[in-house]
Design a protein. Structure first.
Length: 157
């Protein structure tokens, strides 16, 4: 969860939609000062007003409460990326700028051996649950991410 305040979340979400405090106030039937007080954490919107804000900002109530500009921008970038563009991008090279091991590990690691183990896991997911090839890959990636997160929390990085 972001450490930002609800007020800051409201401010960031409003700015992201390109709305002024006056415009939001008019749509919700409150004063501009009320919007300002919400955004500075002086007061809080009630649940009905929060629902209206979420609708106006095109977010779920949960997203509004935990709004994070960086995460929202990543989500929008993913939605805008076409399959054709995805296939043109060399993801290893792109991520290799941040994580250089991705550019060098192939000279050290016996990739085929690890690939065989992963192939077994993919086939198991497909057979046991009827997943498509793509879905099985995505699920395996998500399982690896969950293991990474758990190990990171346990200090095993």
């Amino acid at each position: 969860m972001s450490l930002m305040s609800l007020g800051n979340n409201l401010f960031q979400a409003r700015k992201k939609r390109g709305l002024s405090q006056e415009e939001v106030a008019e749509k919700l039937g409150v004063s501009r000062q009320t919007i300002s007080k919400w955004e500075t954490d002086e007061t809080l919107p009630d649940i009905q007003q929060s629902k209206q804000l979420a609708l106006l900002y095109r977010l779920s109530l949960d997203e509004l409460i935990d709004f994070d500009m960086d995460v929202a921008e990543v989500h929008q970038a993913i939605e805008r990326t076409s399959t054709a563009l995805e296939e043109k991008i060399d993801w290893t090279k792109a991520w290799g700028k941040k994580y250089p091991i991705l550019l060098t590990y192939r000279q050290q690691v016996e990739v085929e051996g690890y690939a065989a183990g992963l192939e077994e896991l993919l086939e198991k997911l497909k057979q046991e649950y009827g997943y498509s090839e793509l879905d099985a890959f995505l699920i395996l990636k998500d399982i690896l991410a969950a293991v990474w997160k758990q190990r990171k929390q346990q200090g095993k990085r």
